[in-house]
Design a protein around this ligand. Structure first.
Ligand code: NAI
Ligand code: MG
Length: 353
């Protein structure tokens, strides 16, 4: 189990340190875990001039799975686009071909009041959003800003090929088969041809999965339905841009982005695992960040890349137990619970494990 660890910027190193303690604990219990550190993002730019340097590329390509913290921060905001930390993130996703981004939005009963939505709307919520991660308008060519007829024009290209849609649709149907056999595909086929093809191909793939109840929804309606009645959804699948937006929206149904893990998988279940949130420069270095999203990302790693379901469930049970004990980092703190730091949260998870 060869793991590359890329802590990144901001709170990245703080939250990843707690997740590594979990890996160490599992290793002492006998899992053959080996890991090595690399740089990615702003820190990598400072050290090497590149947000995804050659040495990190080698490390990531040789690993079975990658654990990533987060990248970016205001000190790198004025760099040219190719050197920006986010380019490192897009670069590693693209190079590894991790096209299937799985983002569960689960409301823990202990955090029922953390959401800004009414408890009856979100209680028991358990959605899996599957976002295509290496295509769409984020990567389409041509792209740029240029002068036409004396004014500046910015443009990007939304593009999906049949094979790109087919492979993500398969992941979505397989995921639906393992859950409640209900899949909603989100597009904007009334306006965008690329997503007309999306709907056509998803429908075709669906013929191989007659047991799955497939529905289609336009993205603007999906955005609305997610806050109106989110429990109507089980598995959702959509393209890169819509998935980016809808998965952030869904994350807030659960109260805190500090709780939400993600997995990004290639066709062989090699995966990149990271919390859904960013580098949180506002709280970096203060021992305040919630490490649970990163720790839960380790659980996803064990489940999807290493098929260690028992170990994954052990981690998830430890997290639930810590929440049940009333221990909370600042982002999920409420009256009647005990506010603790990043490292104390790590201590509590380790103890529960
Ligand atoms: P962010 O997710 O870093 O922070 C948004 C808010 O959530 C902040 O108030 C932050 O303090 C809070 N927050 C985030 N994670 C938390 C945690 N684990 N515990 C407690 N509170 C947490 O998003 P923002 O502020 O838009 O971006 C900050 C930087 O992160 C930017 O440079 C951005 O480009 C980068 N970013 C990186 C991502 C990645 O590496 N995957 C994803 C999103 C943003
Ligand atoms: Mg995003």
């Amino acid at each position: 189990m060869k793991i590359a660890i890329l802590p990144g910027d901001g709170i990245g190193p703080e939250i990843v340190a707690q997740a590594v303690r979990v890996l160490d604990a599992l290793r002492s219990d006998g899992l053959p875990i080996e890991y090595e550190y690399g740089v990615l993002g702003g820190g990598a730019v400072d050290a090497t001039g590149s947000p995804y340097p050659e040495a990190t590329q080698k490390l990531a390509q040789a690993a079975d799975a990658i654990l990533l913290g987060a990248v970016g921060g205001p000190q790198w905001d004025n760099l040219p686009r190719e050197q920006r930390p986010e380019r490192g993130l897009l670069g590693i996703r693209k190079q590894l071909g991790v096209f299937a981004n799985l983002r569960p939005a689960v409301l823990y009963p202990e955090l029922a009041n953390a959401s800004t939505l009414k408890p009856e709307v979100v209680s028991g919520l358990d959605i899996m959003i599957i976002r295509e991660l290496v295509g769409d308008i984020y990567f389409g060519e041509p792209r740029g800003i240029e002068t036409r007829n004396g004014e500046r024009v910015g443009y990007n290209t939304m593009v999906y090929s049949e094979s790109e849609i087919r492979r993500i649709a398969k992941v979505a149907f397989e995921t639906a088969m393992r859950r409640n056999r209900k899949l909603c595909s989100v597009d904007k086929m009334n306006v965008l041809e690329a997503t007309q093809l999306w709907r056509d191909v998803v429908t075709e793939v669906g013929k191989d999965y007659p047991q799955v109840e497939l529905s289609h929804m336009l993205v603007d309606n999906a955005a609305m339905q997610l806050v109106r009645n989110p429990k109507q959804f089980d598995v959702m699948v959509t393209g890169n841009m819509f998935g980016d937006i809808l998965s952030d929206e869904a994350s807030m149904l659960t109260g805190s982005i500090g709780m939400l893990p993600s997995a990004s998988l290639d066709a062989n279940n090699k995966g990149l695992y990271e919390p859904c949130h960013g580098s949180a420069p506002d709280i970096a270095g203060k021992n305040l960040a919630n490490p649970l999203a990163t720790i839960l990302s380790v659980a996803m790693m064990l489940r999807y890349s290493f098929a260690k379901e028992d170990a994954a469930q052990r981690i998830e049970a430890a997290v639930k137990s810590v929440l049940a004990q009333g221990l909370r980092t600042a982002d999920i703190f409420e009256a009647g619970t005990e506010k603790i730091s990043t490292t104390q949260m790590g201590d509590a998870v380790l103890a529960a494990l």
